[in-house]
Write a protein that binds this ligand. Sequence first.
Ligand code: ADP
Ligand code: MG
Length: 206
Amino acid sequence: MNTYLVLANTVIINKKNRLISYGDSLKLIGTGRSAFVFRIKSSNKAIKIFFPEFTYIAKEEAGIYKTLQNISYYPSIHDLGSNYIVMDYIEGLTLFECMTHGKLITSAHIKEIDHALSLAVAEGLNPSDIHLRNIFITSNGEIKIIDVARFRQRKHCRQWHDLKKAYYQLYRKRFFPKRITALHLNTVAILYKKGLLPSYRINRIP
Ligand SMILES: Nc1ncnc2c1ncn2[C@@H]1O[C@H](COP(=O)(O)OP(=O)(O)O)[C@@H](O)[C@H]1O
Ligand SMILES: [Mg+2]
């Protein structure tokens, strides 16, 4: 049997999307809204195991990563199974972690993220769900973008546009704290999603 499949089969997730157990060869590195992500120990690969109700996303996300395979800003994909994908492990911090750790995000980083997204557009994709937890600054200072499952959706996603606006209007200002607690950041994210930040309403007409 394929080794990745053996590893995937060690992960037990219940119907309430609670992680019950996983094999010793895996280290939990992230939890999203659709999956748990593990580093495969002593390797540079990560395995994303989708919650039972979201297993159909594995194929969609793998297909999109294949479209992006020649663009270094996106991890390469190594295997696809019925409920998992295997990709490069990214050593670094998400923008969310940069903010909670106080690692400075520069305007050069923002421009590079824009460039990475424009390369996906050039491949006919529509970058969506671009938020702080889906963008990394690696230990070498490179940008990596993950969680591309919604890049084929038709609907326009404003999140990156709004994040950039907040970056230039707030974060860059001298008074703005460069280190923020996860609780504060999560609260802002909830208010944003609920449309309670007047100039950052997700559903407003542009
Ligand atoms: N290839 C990777 N390397 C390192 N960490 C990752 C990788 N993929 C995902 N993660 C971590 O796992 C979290 C959840 O992964 P993600 O693909 O965004 O799941 P979801 O689709 O459920 O949002 C990410 O925010 C990140 O912290
Ligand atoms: Mg995500």
